[in-house]
Design a protein around this ligand. Structure first.
Ligand SMILES: *Cc1c(COP(=O)(O)O)cnc(C)c1O
Length: 287
């Protein structure tokens, strides 16, 4: 296992990236750390820089294969914090040893599976029952605590002084895209929903902050279901990889597809990490 970067001076490189005869730039947040990388590093920055003696437990919840879960597990292992993670009850018997789930368990995650009927109410009650030695991270690292890390990312982007003031990053909760747009008002920020549609994404974003006009949500006419294998996504993933950069299989392909179809010029793509999830997805594509 790698040595985690808890260095607060990380400034990931911005690289030129030619894809399909078009020049892009890529902010390599995937290189920050193998487990605590991409936008999870940014969104958890408040927690990363928190003195480890301030708390002893981190509590979170969400998908049983999520990238946020791996990032939190790696961070808690480094900080010597207990990590308790709640999910709905699902069949985990077929999960690969290389899956996010097993990586997180090896980092010491305590997994608690809840029956469907009580899951929602239990999660809602967490914020009320949390004690002062525990820190609650909402699903996917969404929430106001994500702002300081995204602000640092925005600062690094501004410092790069790119001519074309347009960037792109895919959305789950929408926290990253929303805060980037807010922190970089002179940039256009492109994103696309990976989970649910545009209405759902806007609803999630609006719960955090008024959605600014410089945020542009690209939508595809075809419906895609999150974490379902699509041959066209696999093909794009392979083509991107052949051009020199590996992206995640869940969020990146759809946004790359929409960027190629709907935009031109030298857009800056913010690599959002998530590579540890690829082993499980690649196994599903192989089947
Ligand atoms: C978590 C994640 C996202 C979604 O980020 P949000 O801030 O929740 O929108 C996008 N890409 C990757 C690879 C992720 O792991």
């Amino acid at each position: 296992m790698s040595i985690l970067t808890t260095n607060t001076q990380v400034n990931s490189p911005i690289e030129e990236f030619t894809f399909k005869q078009r020049k892009f730039y890529v902010k390599r947040d995937d290189l920050i750390d193998p487990f605590l990388s991409g936008n999870k590093y940014r969104k958890l920055f408040s927690l990363i820089t928190l003195d480890k003696l301030c708390i002893d437990t981190v509590i979170s919840y969400g998908g049983v294969q999520s990238n946020a879960m791996v990032a939190l597990a790696a961070l808690c292992s480094q900080k010597n914090w207990r990590f308790i993670y709640y999910t709905k009850k699902v069949d985990i018997s077929h999960f690969l040893q290389s899956s996010n789930y097993h990586i997180a368990l090896r980092f010491g995650m305590q997994h608690k599976a809840l029956d469907m009927p009580i899951y929602r109410d239990f999660i809602a009650s967490l914020s009320l029952s949390i004690d002062e030695r525990s820190y609650l991270v909402h699903q996917g690292g969404a929430g106001h605590d994500a702002l300081p890390g995204i602000r640092q990312l925005a600062h690094e982007i501004r410092e790069a002084g790119l001519k074309d003031k347009r960037l792109a990053t895919p959305s789950g909760t929408g926290t990253t895209a929303l805060y980037l747009a807010k922190e970089l008002p002179d940039f256009t920020v492109f994103t696309t929903p990976s989970i649910g549609d545009k209405t759902y994404l806007l609803k999630q974003m609006s719960a955090l902050e008024k959605v600014p006009d410089n945020l542009k949500i690209l939508e595809s006419s075809k419906k895609y279901h999150f974490a379902k294998p699509y041959p066209e996504f696999y093909k794009l993933y392979m083509q991107l990889k052949e051009c020199g950069i590996e992206f995640d299989l869940l969020y990146a392909p759809k946004l790359w597809k929409l960027l190629l179809e709907n935009t031109d010029g030298e857009i800056l793509y913010i690599h959002s990490g998530g590579l540890t999830g690829n082993a499980s997805m690649l196994a599903r594509y192989a089947r």
